[in-house]
Design a protein around this ligand. Structure first.
Ligand code: SAH
Length: 552
């Protein structure tokens, strides 16, 4: 699945066109210049830096502005030869679509799609495409061009007047306007066979299924040797097939990753095409089409327990974004699931407002055990007073073999304490601890004891879940304990809705802190005896805890 594009705009005048394009790519976030557009998913401050960041991350870019600005912004990166994402400039009123970069990443395909949506003609300039209506060098998923240089030669021969014939099934070329001639010397051959000398331009359909029987030793080496023996191209390999009982074996994942193909699991119910080659440890099977190959067996289910960070998309780890893009099912507390969007229509959202974390974890495992890609959403970091521990608790208590076989991963996020600290400066710059003041799952006496020790040890402290309607008195009791060890001048930082539209940061002293200033969307940082502040140039102040400690 190609990554979803980013739609970048400079001003509010481009917003209407941007939203129309979002109708075409529901997962594409709109990036808007913060001072000129409100209400977009991804506000940014620096156009050039934003564009370069997206480009480096391989994200397709649809920029609703002058082509020149885009070119100038990306120019420093263009010398770096390598995979490049599709980059298009679209007139902000939707009247022109100009593919700029990424010919091999499908920029012209995007240009045609966008132009069709906007009812204009795309400014396609690639001669091969213009002439033949398709990019011969960019076959669809399930097919791989064997040799790019050879491909470029063929296209230039065709432009020079040569004709060609097609040997094998290439459904996407049927609609193309190619100069076909059964007698032609030039040839595109669609075949899983390895290249022979000086022959046709080879496009390999991914048809080959390698069923692995022996799972130890050098699995990729065994598969490569079998392909070699059978005269098949490695690029034609579609998947490694393994018995479902071996699902959780780590070397299988590594072998599949090395060969660049998915792992698929089979059982007695799976029907395989007859073997075209068999040797010790592995047999090779040819599927009827790339689609049939891709659907043989089932994938290993995956459960990704992810942290969104504090709320804004630019503080979300790329690995988390990717897990969300790939998710088939998304579970979590409703507010966080909404924050993780937008989603595609086929992604199933299981937003809940209940606080039954173990039930939610069990549901996630049940879905993943069916082979689905499941994402469990937390805010901040999933391991900080959030879902990761609940998921592990459910797994440890379960005797379901299918749950154990799920590929479980925890992807970190920026926790509220770190996001708040960064806004204020570095109040957690020296030793600190994180405490949840919620006594839902731990006795209040334990919280008091920890507060007492942490305060006595002069640790800076970050309080999560500081107060709620159900827990009205706990915060003032906690502050009483802290005040036994800290002076009223001790600095306090309150971060509310950090990274979200209503973000508010406040610096005050322990003496000034009252529970009324705090709610359940607030993260409270209590400084140590060493935490200090000084004025910031632009107003407000910096707060930090020095790296050193006075020696006594
Ligand atoms: N896993 C989350 C914490 C969940 S506990 C994380 O790592 O951040 C919920 C508490 O976190 C809230 O009561 C509040 O104290 C704090 N919190 C979460 N998001 C916040 C944000 N954006 N701004 C300020 N505090 C936040």
């Amino acid at each position: 699945m190609p990554p979803s594009p980013a739609i970048v705009i400079l001003g509010a005048s481009a917003l209407a066109t941007a939203r129309r394009l979002q109708g075409l790519y529901p997962q594409a976030a709109i990036h808007g210049l913060r001072e000129r557009v409100a209400g977009v998913e991804q506000p940014y401050d620096d156009f050039g830096a934003t564009l370069r960041g997206l480009y480096r991350a391989g994200t397709p870019i649809i920029a609703l502005c002058a082509a020149g600005i885009v070119i100038r912004s990306l120019a420093p990166l263009l010398a770096e030869k390598g995979a490049e994402p599709a980059v298009l400039a679209v007139a902000e009123d939707g009247s022109a679509v100009v593919p700029l970069l990424g010919g091999l990443s499908g920029v012209n395909v995007l240009a045609r799609e966008i132009a069709a949506r906007l009812a204009v003609a795309p400014a396609i300039t690639t001669s091969g495409e213009l002439r033949f209506g398709t990019c011969v060098l960019n076959p669809p998923p399930g097919y791989v061009l064997a040799d790019l240089e050879q491909g470029k030669r063929l296209v230039s021969d065709l432009l020079g007047g040569e004709s060609l014939h097609i040997d094998g099934a290439a459904p996407w070329l049927e609609a193309a306007n190619l100069p076909l001639d059964a007698q032609a010397s030039r040839c595109i051959r669609i075949s899983p066979q390895r290249a022979e000398q000086g022959g046709a331009l080879l496009i390999h359909p991914r048809l080959v299924l390698a069923r692995c029987i022996a799972l130890d030793g050098d699995l990729p080496g065994t598969v490569r040797a079998a392909l070699q023996q059978a005269g098949l191209a490695e690029a034609a390999l579609a998947a490694l097939l393994v018995d479902a009982a071996a699902m959780a074996q780590p070397q299988l994942t590594a072998a599949a990753a090395e060969l660049g193909v998915p792992l698929r699991f089979i059982d007695t119910a799976t029907t395989l095409p007859a073997a075209v080659h068999a040797q010790a440890g592995v047999s090779l099977h040819l599927a009827a089409s790339p689609e049939a190959a891709a659907h043989t067996g089932r994938p290993r289910g995956r459960l990704s327990v992810i942290g969104l960070g504090p709320g804004c998309a630019d503080l979300m780890a790329p690995a988390v974004r990717q897990a969300l893009d790939q998710a088939e099912d998304v579970l979590g507390y409703e507010t966080y699931v909404t924050m993780a969007g937008p989603f595609r229509a086929e992604q199933v959202l299981h937003a809940s407002d209940n606080r039954e974390e173990l039930q939610r974890a069990a549901h996630a495992f049940e879905l993943a055990a069916q082979g689905r890609r499941v994402v469990m959403v937390s805010s901040g970091d999933p391991g900080v007073f959030a879902m990761a521990a609940a998921v592990l608790e459910a797994l440890e208590a379960s005797s379901e073999a299918a749950w154990q076989a799920v590929e479980l991963e925890v992807l970190p996020g920026i926790s509220a304490a770190l996001a708040t600290a960064a806004k204020a400066g570095a109040p957690l710059g020296h030793d600190f601890c994180m405490l949840s003041l919620s006594d839902n799952l731990k006795p209040w006496a334990m919280i008091e004891k920890r507060l007492d020790h942490a305060a006595a040890a002069d640790l800076a402290m970050a309080f999560y879940n500081p107060i709620s309607r159900a827990r009205p008195w706990q915060l003032s009791r906690a502050l009483d304990i802290v005040r036994q060890h800290r002076m009223p001048e001790t600095l306090v930082v309150l971060g509310r809705d950090i990274g979200r539209p209503a973000e508010a940061l406040r610096v005050l002293t322990l003496g000034e802190l009252t529970p009324e200033l705090v709610d359940m969307r607030t993260l409270v940082i209590i400084g140590s005896s060493q935490t200090r502040r000084f004025p910031r140039a632009g107003g407000g102040e910096w707060v930090y805890t020095p790296r050193w400690y006075p020696q006594d």
